[in-house]
Design a binder for this molecule. Sequence first.
Ligand code: PRP
Length: 211
Amino acid sequence: MRYLTIALTKGRLASQTLKLFEKLGMNAEEAEDKHTRKLIFEDDKLGIRYFLAKGPDVPTYVAYGAADIGIVGRDTILEEGRQIYEVMDLGFGRCKMCICGPKSARKALVSGDLIRVATKYPHIAKDYFLNRKHQTVEIIKLNGSIELAPIVGLSEVICDIVETGATLRENGLTVLEEVCDLSARVVVNQVSMKMENERITGLIRSMKEVL
Ligand code: PRP
């Protein structure tokens, strides 16, 4: 039997995904070991192998068929824009994509001024401002600690993930507008969905049962 290959997202989503795998009867102990340098894990009994990758790479592995299935945040799915099927909301990793900044930036958002928006998600930010708000903005791509941008004067606002809101609060910033809800999703390669339909739908059914 051919292995079904699953790409998981490293970091915040990893521990909840591995817990889900354990509930499905997979041995996730090896992958949970933070010191392991092993990249790929197999479960011969279930005919499944899985690996952990950086979030933005998960839709890439799935789109090219190097992984049949992926588990990744909706933010990354929207940002990467790959041709893949999104088949299930896993319900964990819930947060929101928001436009944030100091309270004083609200005026510029309402009046539609040409402002700068710092973000790790340039496609999501561009889609929101140009297609939904019809506001021309300058988007500045950053790779992390986005909240710094309005504090040091790089941008008026940011487009970023808000989970607990603690990072905003501790830095004197606030949510100005909500872009969309986010959570962990299951994505599937379009060819695999046809060729391995029974096994993939069976796996999705099992996930729904244990969640
Ligand atoms: C994310 C996000 C915010 C923070 C929000 O950053 O970009 O900075 O979490 O979480 P909170 O609302 O619970 O405070 P992450 O920690 O992933 O790191 P990064 O800043 O390097 O992107």
